[in-house]
Ligand binder design. Sequence first.
Ligand SMILES: Cc1cc2nc3c(=O)[nH]c(=O)nc-3n(C[C@H](O)[C@H](O)[C@H](O)COP(=O)(O)O)c2cc1C
Length: 277
Amino acid sequence: MLASGTWGLGENLDNFFALKEIKENIGALVTKGVSVNPRKGNLPPRIFETPCGLINSIGIENPGIKEFKRNYLPRIKSYGVPVIVNLYGEEIEEFLELSQELRGEADGLELNISCPNVKKGGLFFSYDSKTVSKLVKEVREIWKDFLAVKLSPVGPVYEIAEICEKYGADAVVVANTYPALAVLEFKPLKILQGGLSGPAIKPLTLRLVYEISKKIRIPVIGCGGIVSGKDALEYLLCGAKAFQVGTANLIDPRVSIKIIKELRDLKNGLCCKSNSS
Ligand SMILES: Cc1cc2nc3c(=O)[nH]c(=O)nc-3n(C[C@H](O)[C@H](O)[C@H](O)COP(=O)(O)O)c2cc1C
């Protein structure tokens, strides 16, 4: 799957891929986070490169659900693979409104309870198991199709994963970015706080996937620092049933094709080795 926020709003995916390539290689498209009202996002700077990683502080810039449904979703659906809409709300009621709006319009929802770049909602949900229980339970009553919850890598992660399973989520996405900080200028001190993604986080998220997939029965979707078929295979061997590619898309929008090809080659190699031994 292409991870939320790392391939634009989907308006120009076919500039980079032939439709056939999308259908043959991409399991689902997870949209940029969508909120009830339009959001301008945070003021710049919003992006900072670190060795092997990226700190972003976009702040869920998006046109709001009405405009998204009218001008973006039809285009994303036209690519012919399942569309999972990533939802962002500051309150449970907003998630419920968004779920209502999308009934019959998308193949799945991914509830973002883990964005580190916003003042309300986002990461704060991830520390509060009661709120997450209520959120998943109430969205489940409205939304009968595929429902995933995107977890934060910080906070009571195992408890939150178990709650998602208990209240009816079909899968958890492990995980969003890690709260991080970069120093931009020394004097006066200027900093950027945001979420760290990319290869730097892979060993951390891989461990979370490994541990969480032992604790719950619903599928874990691994997401964190995947840039190669080997990375993807490691996630699958550590318990993930599917995976998402995020930051790597910003470097090479076609990277998912390369990852899938490498993964197929590696799996063929593994399968031949175990057959011959
Ligand atoms: C520029 C950027 C924007 C993102 N926007 C969202 C978003 O809107 N909603 C969300 O749930 N995750 C968002 N993410 C998080 C990614 O979907 C992904 O979970 C995270 O970057 C870890 O995966 P990666 O290391 O492969 O990038 C964003 C990440 C980046 C780099």
